[in-house]
Design a protein around this ligand. Structure first.
Ligand SMILES: [Fe+2]
Length: 493
């Protein structure tokens, strides 16, 4: 759906008018928009990429087109009657993979049995590749949802065509913890002489692992927090950045993280929380990956578990609300997460992490939409000491993230009102009060420069979202909380 209904039209648009894309892409304010940041001089390569992609994903595009057409027809014609006769009407592309179901209002839906799709020719492992490149500055990485990466013309990067779950990928990504000789890596990635020379320039000698400071909470930027307690390590929503050659803002990178991370907990599928690039590189160090359970009723509610399984993370636990994972003198509890997905029932969890007698909630982009529920949560899990909460209260419109999933174009009012947003300052304060917290941490605001390629236009101090963050912190201080606006590296207990 994303290929045929977002990326392909975007490529077509670039091909018909590369100049307008270049102009828009040069405007930093538009960096997350539907504009490709490739110089018009490379038009011929984009045409080639379009043609190759159309050929490669022909069956996937057919499935996408037929899914939209069939679900629209079903909605119009089924009349709330038995869906059994409709199985015969299912296009062959869809038939092996879907169950036809109703909601209680007799609205039909196609429920995909996802593991079957991963075992079908539609899952194109042969199209998977890994790009390795040196990076001088964070800012040089273009926004990842709109700009395809073309091979460099000076051999400065490597495109290795290897499936994500292959032994070669596994060996490459495990190298922070399990280094292998250069020649072996070259062989596993099947690189020729020129690419091997590039690889040689990118690898670093093995260095001694240095233990990070030993706080209970170490903030690594955006929504990434490392929790350490009595020998257990927990990493929430990891987005870990490489260190650019020219330095840049200070950060903990892969080599600085603990050699073993017992639990990684993911709040939701948005790419600044479920960052595959980071997860693939941490895979060999992760004990258990905790993800929200996908219900699968909506085809866009894809399973994070299956994605992780196909990226070399075998031990994945899907958590429902109030499920508990215990560890030494602590536990991780899945907490309901309201808001953020434009009112679509796509899976998400916040997490409470208890360390001894102290409990913190990592609420990410949650919105305090239902005070009665937060009261119930407080009654269920007990006192919460610290709340980590974002104030991205505006968010992208419905079609920004979910447009390709929707058979019809949303109305202007739908676009305007149904956004991917979390709390404003007032609702974050209400949540803090209900949960009875003593400390409020503003986080997940995309402030760090390495978030730019994931989130597009940077948040500035003048952004309304940051005004809300400052308002949250100032008001929380007035009300006697320990209030912290997290940015960059910091640690506390
Ligand atoms: Fe989000």
């Amino acid at each position: 759906l994303y290929f045929s209904r977002y990326q392909l039209p975007l490529l077509e648009s670039f091909i018909s008018n590369p100049q307008s894309h270049a102009q828009a892409a040069a405007d930093p304010i538009l960096s997350g928009g539907p504009f490709i940041a490739i110089p018009p001089s490379r038009l011929a390569e984009v045409v080639q990429l379009r043609d190759r992609s159309v050929h490669l994903y022909e069956a996937n595009k057919k499935l996408s087109d037929e899914l939209i057409a069939f679900s629209t027809r079903l909605e119009r014609e089924c009349g709330g009657l038995s869906l059994s006769p409709w199985y015969e009407q299912l296009p062959e592309t869809l038939r092996p993979y879907v169950e036809l179901v109703y909601d209680y209002q007799h609205r039909p839906s196609l429920r995909f049995i996802e593991p079957l799709l991963y075992r079908s020719p539609l899952y194109r492992k042969d199209a998977q590749s890994i790009r390795l490149f040196g990076m001088k500055r964070d800012a040089e990485r273009p926004y990842f949802l709109n700009t395809p990466r073309l091979p460099s013309d000076d051999d400065s990067d490597i495109m290795a065509t290897v499936p994500f779950d292959s032994d070669a990928s596994k060996a490459l990504f495990a190298m922070d913890a399990l280094p292998i000789p250069f020649g072996e890596l070259r062989e596993r990635l099947s690189l020729g002489d020129r690419q091997a020379a590039t690889l040689e320039s990118l690898v670093e000698p093995v260095r001694e692992h240095e233990e990070m400071a030993l706080n209970v909470y170490t903030y690594l930027g955006h929504a990434t927090v490392l929790v350490r307690w009595k020998g257990t390590t927990i990493l929430l929503d990891p987005v870990v950045a490489a260190k650019p050659a020219l330095g840049g803002e200070g950060r903990y990178s892969f080599g600085d993280l603990p050699e073993r991370i017992d639990f990684v907990a993911i709040t939701h599928i948005h790419h600044d929380h479920f960052a595959l690039e980071t997860l693939a590189r941490l895979a060999s160090r992760i004990g258990t990956l905790l993800v929200p359970r996908a219900q699968g009723f909506l085809y866009g509610d894809v399973s994070l578990k299956y994605i992780a399984h196909h990226c070399n993370i075998a031990n994945v636990v899907e958590m429902d609300a109030l499920d508990v994972v215990p560890f030494n003198d602590g536990e991780i509890i899945a907490i309901p997460f309201l808001g953020e997905h434009s009112d679509l029932a796509h899976s998400k969890n916040a997490y409470a992490v208890r360390t001894g007698t102290q409990q913190a909630i990592f609420a990410a982009d949650s919105d305090c939409l239902n005070e009665a529920m937060y009261e119930k949560i407080r009654d269920s899990i007990g006192k919460v000491h610290t709340l980590f909460i974002g104030t991205e209260h505006i968010g992208g419109p419905l079609s920004w993230n979910c447009g390709p999933l929707l058979p019809g174009r949303p109305t202007r009012e739908q676009e305007k009102t149904r956004r991917s947003h979390g709390c404003d300052a007032d609702r974050a304060l209400t949540m803090s009060k209900i949960l009875g917290v003593q400390r409020v941490c503003s986080y997940a605001m995309g402030l760090e420069p390495w978030l730019r390629c994931l989130l597009g236009a940077a948040v500035s101090p003048e952004s309304p979202q940051m005004r809300e963050a400052h308002k949250l912190i100032a008001t929380a201080e007035e009300r006697g909380y320990d209030a912290r606006l997290l940015h960059g590296l910091c640690g506390f207990d």
